[in-house]
Design a protein around this ligand. Sequence first.
Ligand SMILES: [Fe+2]
Length: 264
Amino acid sequence: MEENNHICETGYFIKNNFLNHQQIENLKSEIFYLENKFIFNGNSVGTVWFNKNYYDVYNPITNINSLNLLETSVDIAKLIFKNKYLDYRLTNLRISVEKYNAYPLDWHSDIVNHTVRAIIYLDKVGDNNGSLSIISGSHLNKSNNINHKVNLTKEDLNKKRNLNCDAGDILCFDPNIIHKKNPVLEIRRTIMLEFQQQKSSSNKYIILIDNSKLTKKTLESFQLFNSANGTSKFELNVYSKKTSYHTPFIIFLKILFNRLFKKN
Ligand SMILES: [Fe+2]
């Protein structure tokens, strides 16, 4: 990936203080507000729960207002790809909250080409709270990346690096690198973005572009959001059509309460 020497050589780079303290606090309070609003019966302002300790903010570009995530996407694309950033497309954007290791991820490699992912951390992450560990240089061994799950050799483990970060830092990495998420013993709130090279035929995720968030800056770089290239399939993030087994019980209590005591 010639556009970014850091990612090309080491497979990742970290930029400290990408967001400042006030931006983080504002985002956390918005996410907390949305945490208690569930997506039911056409309501699209809220959160989607995968299990009782893991949820995503639904349509984050629309539902987050303290930060214009379309503008943030432009900033990150420029940070990673420099003046070639319009050769890339935003292909996923998620805000996720995980508590108590609700979604463990062991060593693996995501077998994709010409793709960079970025994670903005809203909490300090470390060995015991959801930082990413990587095997240095492993993004270059693409011919060995046949399986998603990877069993490490002793030699691999000697090249292990823990990419611990502070709240506000952004980690950008080549998803071909062998990586794992360390256990989340407390809470891990993240904004995750994926960029693919414009012509990539890899699957992409559907991103709702909210026209109330369009600004001069986003319109100038609008190609970044036009990810349809005629060769890729689009998919939704893995939201179930059924009520999850782990749906918090409070949802049902709230529905019952509304039905009994509120007219609408
Ligand atoms: Fe991964």
